[in-house]
Design a protein around this ligand. Structure first.
Ligand code: XIL
Length: 385
């Protein structure tokens, strides 16, 4: 399968399974406006002692965790997190705390997770993850407030039914307003950047995604959502997040047009997330730097928000090189503030659900052993500025 076709297939499957939010472990439901998570201090301290307990010497990257090295470069290194293994697997929690200065709830903040049924809010999973982050001085990316995209023939792949099937535009807009208010109010203290809208463009192609929100409310719902989040959480950086925009081309151009249009209409947009679901061998570092530079020139920050690169054991060196290229591109462009992996260990990756077992896309293997890609990212971070 060609690169584009493979990635589209993966993303399409992802959208289909999103509705199920398969790793959501929480059963307990509470009403909106319940208690804010107990530990809610958030900002990273840039700690002087290293997570390994020995002095981190960047000249000897093995003495440092990724987190040590990223703190020194003033860059975020993150991982998407699932509440199940975080609660059940001590090693998962240890590695997450030691190696990453940021976390992104993989599914726990999605609308299907927090309010699958109208008016019944489920916070346990998001609370578990954000509390862990606060306790370990990690920053939190709020992914994602609204992901309305069409999936295959469905017009509302990732929206709860009560939203997609709202009887009229006014009701739909009210659901949107209520959802954003409930989630942002609850997590404003711990989340410091929000993916306000996820995948506004069609996955394959460059047109605006013809989803039920945009069809019913017009593009203005996006502008309104950004305003609302800014008002509720004035200190957070607000992002548009999009796949398949990691190199120049029609989709990158379309995203730039959309962001400029939304900004001209008053939307307070601070940054753009490039999801970064790559295929090994297909990372185009020069292209990646070019698109990041374009965003920089528009005065926006940029983040790699969902990095993963599936591979096979025989190809681990190339896998490592590809990771180093992505990390190197981010470090080379001033506007790039973050590289977040879409998972922690090969034992838990969404790609196994869509591509089949052993997609092995991440930096740690199933036994939490760092892979060559981990060493390559560490070495790139350790290189002198
Ligand atoms: C994926 C999760 O990893 C899966 O567990 C879930 O079943 C579907 O969603 N783009 C995104 C992410 O923005 O939210 C998706 O995450 C992967 C594609």
């Amino acid at each position: 399968m060609r690169h584009g076709a493979l990635v589209v297939a993966v993303l399409t499957v992802a959208g289909l399974v999103a509705a199920a939010c398969s790793d959501s472990s929480s059963e307990e439901a509470t009403r909106a406006g319940g208690e804010v998570p107990a530990s809610s201090t958030s900002r990273p301290p840039g700690s002087a002692t290293t997570a390994t307990g020995t002095p981190c010497d960047p000249a000897v990257p093995q003495t440092c965790t990724l987190r040590d090295l990223a703190d020194r470069r003033d860059i975020l290194i993150g991982a998407a997190v699932r509440p199940g293994p975080l609660a059940d697997d001590l090693r998962y929690a240890e590695v997450l705390a030691a190696e990453f200065n940021s976390v992104t709830p993989e599914n726990a903040l999605k609308w299907q997770s927090t309010e699958a049924d109208h008016g019944t809010f489920t916070w346990d999973d998001a609370d578990t993850i954000t509390r862990f982050a606060a306790e370990h001085d990690q920053r939190v990316r709020g992914h994602t407030l609204v992901w309305p995209n069409t999936v295959s023939d469905q017009r509302y792949g990732t929206l709860p039914d009560h939203v997609a099937e709202a009887p009229d535009a006014e009701t739909m807009q009210r659901h949107l307003d209520d959802h954003i208010e409930a989630v942002v109010t609850r997590y404003a203290d711990v989340v410091d950047r929000w993916d306000v809208v996820n995948e506004p463009l069609q996955t394959a192609g460059a047109a605006l995604d013809p989803n039920v929100l945009t069809e019913t409310l017009g593009e203005g719902w996006i502008v309104r959502a950004f305003h609302q989040v800014r008002e509720l959480d004035p200190d957070a950086a607000l992002y548009v997040n999009e796949p398949l925009v990691e190199r120049p081309g029609a989709k990158h151009e379309a995203l730039m047009d959309l962001v400029v249009r939304l900004r001209d209409a008053g939307a307070p947009i601070d940054g753009v997330g490039l999801q970064g679901h790559f295929v090994s061998g297909q990372v185009d570092r020069a292209g990646l730097e070019t698109v990041m530079q374009d965003w920089d020139e528009l005065g926006l920050e940029v983040a790699i928000t969902e990095l993963d690169i599936p591979t096979v054991a025989s190809d681990e060196e190339r896998h490592a090189e590809q990771y180093a290229e992505v990390m190197g591109a981010c470090l080379a462009i001033e506007a790039c503030v973050e590289v977040t992996l879409w998972g922690l260990t090969d034992a838990h990756t969404w790609l196994d659900d869509s591509l089949g077992p052993n997609s092995d896309p991440l930096l740690f293997d199933g036994d939490y052993e760092p892979k060559p890609a981990h060493r390559a990212v560490a070495a790139t971070l350790a290189e002198s500025e």
